[in-house]
Write a protein that binds this ligand. Structure first.
Ligand SMILES: [Zn+2]
Length: 442
């Protein structure tokens, strides 16, 4: 039974994948007290409703966005920082939940990439800084939005701080966006803008509701989180026909990014279980990743495992002894820090990684062997390739094997009908690109 033995061996190797000292150092810099301080400051604005006051210095969306702008600017001006100020302001036209033309600001920072051949590629991280009360149009009542989505904004800000001096191959956008609760308006504008500017988003993550560890289901769990990803993204008819031919419905770009985040995140954070959810979001609910999916970018959502609905989209109140509202007391900063570390490790490795392979061709149909060949990009940093393999009934990659720099592999007695394969590139430090799924048949 040589095949079974080799799979078992490779699985044990995969679980002991080495950590990069540099990425470990970055993850250790994530500071839970900073996350908590950011969430506390955001809560202090009372409400961050999209239609709330913009003139006050202490309350409403205007004060919140000016404070966030100043925070990102301070990170850009810190000694040794490579971050650049990033702003995306626009007027949102009237529509459902936007009664009159309203100015929205997406604010953040971008860390430019250093690979001159890849200046159009980027990784995007988004948290939304607007909040809401019970009534989606109530711009006056308190809407603290500690977890939804102070947690996501705090993580984006903290990752920007930790990565500020880094020299990734591709750009990394750290964005806090507006108008999510009114209809994903900020992220929609940002995604369309990046597309219009010719930016190729390799991987986008919306961190939204990622700090509560007491679920309404009664479960207390500070060791799990969910990654939502769609299996099939925007595709042409020709792409659909090819996907059907190669069985790629579980291997769209978002799904590969979700698996990457699980694999790398769990490698760097002990006792963390990231659930790769095989759906694009919770039932009939959404977040800013959907704006990026719509533009054809691989986009996922990172969120807590057990939500508490009394603490989402609720006026702050007590009814019959039951407390409602998204207040600071239920933001678990050490938990959020662990999620931030997992995300940071994944974003750092992907941003440092060389270019992915191009045009993976799958061959071997009606034969016992799988033949894979591809085009290696002109990137001197590629030290080797990584082959991912799983049986076609599995969710996670089961065998991950490293190979020298090559542009083809033949896998004896691996019937292509029963397995799924993808190939990534890797540099000398172990930074892997996203895996490429077959886009051609022999
Ligand atoms: Zn949210």
């Amino acid at each position: 039974m040589p095949c079974i033995a080799s799979i078992a061996l490779a699985l044990s190797l995969a679980s002991a994948e080495p950590r990069s000292a540099h990425v470990t150092e970055l993850t250790e810099s994530v500071d839970p007290s900073r996350l908590r301080a950011t969430v506390a400051k955001l809560v202090s604005f009372g409400t961050r409703h999209t239609l709330s006051d913009t003139a006050s210095e202490s309350r409403g969306i205007g004060a919140a966005r000016r404070w966030l702008t100043a925070e990102f600017d301070a990170l850009s001006r810190a000694p040794g920082s490579r971050l650049k100020h990033f702003e995306d302001r626009f007027t949102c036209e009237p529509g459902p939940r936007i009664p009159k033309a309203t100015e929205l600001w997406n604010v953040g920072a971008v860390l430019p990439g250093v690979d001159r051949a890849r200046t159009d590629e980027a990784i995007v991280l988004v948290g939304h800084y607007d909040s809401r009360a019970s009534d989606a149009m109530d711009a006056v009542s308190d809407a603290p939005g500690a977890v939804d989505d102070g947690s996501g904004v705090a993580m984006v800000l903290e990752l920007a701080r930790v990565m500020a001096r880094e020299k990734p191959a591709v750009a990394v956008y750290f964005a806090s966006v507006a108008g999510e609760e009114q209809g994903l308006f900020g992220s929609a504008h940002l995604a369309r803008r990046l597309k219009a500017e010719g930016v190729k988003v390799l991987a986008m993550t919306s961190i939204d509701i990622a700090g509560n560890t007491e679920g309404q289901d009664g479960v207390k769990d500070n060791a799990s989180a969910r990654i939502f990803s769609e299996g099939v993204g925007v595709e042409s008819d020709a792409q659909r026909r090819l996907r059907e031919a190669v069985g790629g419905e579980n291997d769209g770009g978002a799904r590969e990014w979700a698996r990457y985040l699980k694999r790398v995140g769990e490698r760097y954070v002990e006792n963390l279980d990231l659930w790769v959810m095989l759906r694009r979001d919770r039932i009939a609910r959404g977040s800013d990743h959907l704006s990026f999916s719509k533009e054809g970018f691989p986009a996922i959502r990172l969120t807590e495992a057990h939500e508490h609905y009394d603490r989402q989209h609720q006026d702050v109140r007590v009814v019959d002894g039951r407390a409602y509202g998204d207040d600071l007391a239920h933001f678990d900063a050490p938990y959020a820090a662990r999620l931030a570390r997992a995300l940071l490790a994944s974003v750092a490795q992907l941003s440092f990684a060389p270019s992915p392979i191009r045009e993976l061709t799958l061959g071997g149909a009606v034969s016992p062997d799988t033949r894979l060949r591809w085009t290696l990009p002109d990137d001197a940093r590629i030290a080797g390739v990584v082959l991912y393999r799983r049986r076609a009934d599995a969710v996670e990659w089961q065998v991950v094997s490293s190979h020298p720099r090559t542009d083809s592999l033949v896998l004896k007695n691996a019937v292509p009908d029963s397995f799924v394969f993808a190939v990534a590139t890797v540099d000398g430090e172990g930074n892997e690109s996203l895996p490429t799924y077959p886009s051609k048949l022999e």
